[in-house]
Structures are given as C-alpha cells and as structure tokens.
Write a protein that binds this ligand. Structure first.
Ligand code: AKG
Ligand code: FE2
Length: 247
C-alpha cells in the first residue's frame, strides 16, 4: 500500500472525502478470499441497509490478508484525521452490491449511530474489482462534514439525508468515479454519502475499514456491535475488537 500524499490529506480535510487511485497494488488474493467468504453470507433482507448492499462484517478478525490491509492503512488514517496521534479500528467489512438484488445506498452520514464521544472517524472503501460509476461507486456531498450531525438514516422509510435536508443539494456532489481494482475512496464519518444501484452486469465488491481517534471515549449509547462487549462508559475502547494503530 502506498502512503497518502499531503495533497490528498488537504483535499480530505477540505472536502470530507478523497479519491485515492492505486492505493493497493495487488488485490488478487483479497478478491479471491472475499468471493469465498461472501458465498457464506446471509442474503436475507432484514433491514433497510440490507436493501442497499450485503455485508460480511469483521473480515479482518478472521482473514489474515484483510488484517494486513487494515493495519497498513493505520498510519494513513492517523495522518488524514486532524490532531490524532493513533487510531483504533471500529469495524472491517466486505460489501457486495448485486445488480437486481440491491437498490441504491441512500444518502447518509455514518456517525449518528456511533457510541463514541467524538467524530474524528473515517472509512476507507477499497474496490476489489473494477468499479465503473454505473456499478455504484460512492458519491459524496463535498464539504457536508462541516454541518455537524444531521440525524440517522436507514431507520424509517424516506429518512435519507436529501429528503431530510434538501439544502444539501446546494453543495457540490462528487463526480461519478470510475474506480479500478485497488483504487479507494475515504470519507469522514460526518460526510453525507451514498451510491446508486448497480446497473452494470457484474458484482460490485469492496472492502471497508473504519478508523477512529484512539482517545475516543465510549458513551454507552445502544449499538449492536458494542452492547455485549462490557465496555466502560467514559473510558477508551480498550478491547481486542478495536485494535490500536500508530504511525
Ligand atoms: O458501499 C456502499 O454502497 C455504502 C458504503 C457506506 O455507506 C460506507 O462504507 O460508509
Ligand atoms: Fe456509510
């Protein structure tokens, strides 16, 4: 994996998202492991998120090659986030968007569900196959991370951010990106983002990892991932599920 450049860091801080062409040199093994693992995924559509994409969560806890990818991006995540000395990983995931099976990913922010006391958090999204725009690469409202918490989406029908906050349309929507396998995007946890449905013929396949400031304290807000972990309120996420990475 290459380092992010100073120019890319400046763009991320200004825009709330950045395109990282050629971030990962070789994705062959990652793609094979992803396909293998996704065979076992549940295809039940139980939530509004399931309508948008399938998931295989915590992939880096179980697959060495994804653990390597997660770890190598740690120093980049520290550099991208402002005033952060170390990060923890919140979750790693494989996302699959099938033509026909999945619809659009409605525009949303990632942070409003999180049981964290600060929003210094970002998500790396790596294309594991070529993802032309019509396959559903992510779109971002440029600068939307400056507007704070805008509320939860995927909770009720019609709660996407554009319906809730029509003024977002005054911001610039990022261009439809044609990603090659190994290209990535990064978005801040407050950046409004979404993706169109997959209108190509193949499967959209990506790896994501979410990183947050290692100093972040647990608030105790109900959240499926953390409810069972016996974390202490007002203490850091000091738990093997949230590995700490330093530059
Ligand atoms: O891949 C998608 O369509 C959505 C992914 C997403 O919202 C995220 O990684 O935060
Ligand atoms: Fe998201």
């Amino acid at each position: 994996m290459r380092d992010v450049t100073d120019h890319e860091i400046a763009a991320f801080r200004r825009d709330g998202w950045v395109h990282l062409p050629g971030l990962v040199e070789e994705v062959g093994e990652l793609r094979e492991r992803a396909i293998e693992r996704l065979r076992a995924r549940s295809t039940a559509h139980l939530t509004l998120v399931d309508e948008a994409f399938g998931q295989s969560r915590d992939v880096a806890l179980e697959e060495r090659c994804f653990a390597g990818l997660m770890t190598s991006f740690g120093p980049n995540a520290v550099r991208l986030l402002h005033g952060v000395d170390a990060v923890r990983v919140q979750v790693t995931n494989l996302l699959v968007k099938e033509p026909g099976e999945h619809g659009a990913t409605e525009f949303h922010q990632d942070f409003p569900w999180m049981p964290m006391d600060r929003s210094a958090m970002l998500t790396l999204w790596v294309a594991l196959v070529d993802v032309p725009a019509e396959m559903g690469s992510l779109r971002f409202y440029t600068g939307s991370h400056a507007y704070g918490l805008l509320g939860r989406s995927f909770v009720r029908e019609g709660d996407d951010q554009i319906t809730a906050h029509p003024w977002l349309r005054d911001l610039t929507l990022s261009p439809p990106l044609d990603l090659a396998a190994g290209d990535a995007t990064v978005h801040h946890s407050l950046t409004v983002h979404g993706a169109p449905a997959n209108r190509a013929s193949g499967t959209r396949l990506s790896f994501t990892a979410t990183y947050f400031d290692a100093e972040t304290l647990y608030t105790g807000a109900p959240y499926k991932q953390t409810d069972e972990l016996e974390l202490k309120v007002n203490q850091p996420f000091d738990h093997p599920r949230f590995p700490c990475l330093r530059p």
